[in-house]
Design a protein around this ligand. Structure first.
Ligand code: SF4
Length: 315
C-alpha cells in the first residue's frame, strides 16, 4: 500500500473528486508518524491530527498494483511532470522509499525527488544513485531560534547537512522553508540568498495551522508578508536582485533595491507568486482552502490575480 495526496489520486484515476487545479507532480507519502515532533506537522510524534493528513491535505492509501497502473494511465502521463516522495522520518520509511523509487522508475520517465528523509551524505548518495534527481532536506525554520521553538534537533546540524550535500551533489539538493513561524522577512530573505548562493533549490510554503498540532491555534502569515517574501525569493532565484541590496525596517522588507517600474515589470506576470521548488511542483491547496486567496498559486495567475498580488505586496 502507498499513500498519495487526494489530488494525486484523482490524476491517477483512483478517486473521483472535483478539483479546480490538478497537481502536476504526484505526491506520495511513505511512513507514518514521524519520530520528530515538529509543532506544525500533522505527522509529528505527539500530533493528534489524523494519520492520513499532511498540512491541509488528506492522503488516502491505495494498493500497490492500483497505484502503479494509475501511473501508466493517460491522465497521469499527460499531467504529471514529476514524482515526489514525502518521507516521514524513520529508518524503515527511507528503506521503503528506495524500493518504491526503483519500482516507480519502471513505470514512468518523470523525474523523481525525495523530500525530508535522509540524515547522512551516504543516504543522499544512495538515493541519487537510484536515479532520484533532487533530494530535499527540509530546513523549514529560517533561524536557529525559530527551529528551537518549533522543531526537534538542531538547526545547525540540519543546515550543515544541507550545505555539505549541496557541495557534494551540486544541482541535486533542495529545501523547504516555512514562512510565518516567527522569523522576520529580513532573516528569511538573507537565508534564501545564502541557499541560492550554494545552489540549493528553495520551495517556500506559508505556515498553515492544522487541527491536532501544537500550532493549531496560530494564524497564517499576513498575505502581504508572504507576497514580499515570495517576491524576494523570485528576484534572488532569477538573479535579478540580491538580499544585500534589499531595504529593511524592523525586519520588514521595504524595497528590493530596484526602481519601482523595473520591479513592477519583473513581477507583472505573477510568476513570483506561484508554487516554488522543483520544476513541475505545484502542490495545489497545500496551504490554501479552496475558494480562498492562494498563498502559492498552483497555475499561472490571471491578470486580475497578478495585479492584486502586486497591490498586496505594496501594503
Ligand atoms: S519542491 Fe515540490 S517536488 Fe520538490 S521536494 Fe519539495 S514538494 Fe517535492
Amino acid at each position: 500500500m502507498i499513500r498519495c495526496s487526494l489530488g494525486t489520486a484523482k490524476v491517477l484515476g483512483l478517486k473521483q473528486i472535483k478539483v479546480d487545479d490538478l497537481p502536476t507532480t504526484a505526491y506520495l507519502m511513505v511512513g507514518e508518524r514521524c519520530h520528530f515532533n515538529c509543532a506544525f506537522c500533522a505527522q509529528a510524534r505527539e500530533s493528534g491530527a489524523r494519520s492520513d493528513m499532511l498540512s491541509r491535505v488528506t492522503w488516502p492509501q491505495f494498493p500497490r498494483a492500483d497505484f502503479l497502473k494509475g501511473l501508466e494511465g493517460g491522465q497521469a502521463q499527460d499531467t504529471l511532470k514529476r514524482i515526489c516522495f514525502q518521507v516521514v522520518q524513520d529508518e524503515e520509511a527511507l528503506a521503503a522509499t528506495k524500493v518504491w523509487v526503483k519500482e516507480v522508475k519502471e513505470h514512468t520517465d518523470a523525474p523523481i525527488c525525495v523530500s525530508a528523509g535522509p540524515r547522512t551524505l551516504e543516504e543522499i548518495q544512495e538515493l541519487l544513485e537510484l536515479g532520484v534527481d533532487h533530494v530535499s532536506i527540509a530546513l523549514d525554520a529560517a533561524t536557529p531560534e525559530v527551529y528551537m521553538q518549533v522543531k526537534d534537533g538542531s538547526w545547525d546540524r540540519r543546515y550543515s547537512l544541507l550545505t555539505e550535500a549541496a557541495a557534494r551533489f551540486p544541482g541535486s539538493i533542495a529545501t523547504h522553508l516555512i514562512v510565518g513561524l516567527g522569523e522576520s522577512e529580513e532573516e528569511m530573505a538573507h537565508l534564501i540568498q545564502d541557499l541560492y548562493d550554494q545552489g540549493i533549490t528553495v520551495a517556500l510554503f506559508a505556515f498553515t495551522p492544522v487541527r491536532g498540532t501544537r500550532l493549531e491555534h496560530c494564524d497564517q502569515p499576513a498575505l502581504a508578508h508572504y507576497r514580499r517574501v515570495q517576491a524576494a525569493h523570485f528576484l534572488i532565484r532569477q538573479g535579478q536582485a540580491r538580499a544585500d541590496q534589499f531595504g529593511f525596517k524592523d525586519g520588514k522588507l521595504l524595497d528590493f533595491g530596484l526602481p519601482l517600474d523595473r520591479l513592477q515589470q519583473l513581477l507583472r506576470d505573477g510568476e513570483a507568486f506561484r508554487t516554488s521548488g522543483c520544476t513541475g511542483c505545484n502542490r495545489p491547496y497545500y496551504n490554501e482552502t479552496p475558494g480562498e486567496t492562494m498563498y502559492n498559486y498552483p497555475r499561472s495567475l490571471t491578470k486580475a490575480e497578478a495585479a492584486q498580488a502586486w497591490e498586496v505586496l505594496r501594503t
